[in-house]
Design a protein around this ligand. Sequence first.
Ligand code: HEC
Ligand code: HEC
Length: 217
Amino acid sequence: MPLIPARYGLAVILSALLTTINTSAFAADKATIKKGEQLYNQNCSVCHQADAIGKPGFAPSLTNPELLSISSDKFFEGTIRDGRAGTGMPPFSHLGRKNTRAIVAFLRSHTKLPNRSKEVDAQSQSHGDPRLGKQWFDDICSTCHGINGDGYAAGGTGTAIGKASFLNKASDGFIRETIKYGRSNTRMLGFSGPTAMANLSDQEIDDVIAYMRTLDK
Ligand code: HEC
Ligand code: HEC
């Protein structure tokens, strides 16, 4: 009968080995998030606040569920690297790619919704009429985002959605989803459905996007 304990022993060793592999992979991930949290606290929390909850009219939330769900890593990393010219968001290219990725890992550790960024960025481009979109923009969006989408500089609570530094990094799908569904617990309510601030049709939303694409040119 000596074979049975031997086999049993092998199983124990194997399972112990697998546990070690698993926990070390997990530990590395946790370490990255921890590192990202430290970097966040050193570089970002002064504006984006503790836990990245944001502050109306000062800096947006970075842990908002809808934002995390539609933002690709490319969008996050690029925005952090380049900042947003013409706004209060400075560039952080000096942090380097690895540190930037750690910060994004920290932000993503707050995720509550599935990451839909691939599908969102693959959506069709807007086919809209910028002249019609301008009317909606001036009537509704400019209240918070400023008349040319200048953002906080115009005294509103919304970000600078008319600046090239935002528009060059955001896909039409990203903009469309944000207009439709908004961002929970911020002043950006969705514009789709009967409970919305204004119930815009898909075509009207595309008109607004087409107009936004003419700004800062
Ligand atoms: C001096 C203030 C300030 C600091 C420091 C700062 N930000 Fe920002 N950030 C802003 C502002 C203001 C905006 C919005 C700009 C606009 O109007 O588009 C912004 C926007 C962003 C956005 C885009 C969010 C969205 O809703 O699309 C990301 C991502 C971001 N910041 C990440 C960071 C990270 C990560 C750090 C630290 C490495 C950081 N920021 C540091 C002020 C700051
Ligand atoms: C009542 C104020 C308000 C109105 C009206 C409003 N927004 Fe916003 N919007 C915001 C705020 C606030 C944010 C950023 C959320 C945050 O601070 O975390 C935002 C974010 C956005 C973003 C994401 C920008 C980024 O930096 O990632 C887009 C796109 C946007 N709004 C488009 C629109 C459009 C188009 C309209 C008009 C149809 C509109 N918004 C109307 C307040 C508003």
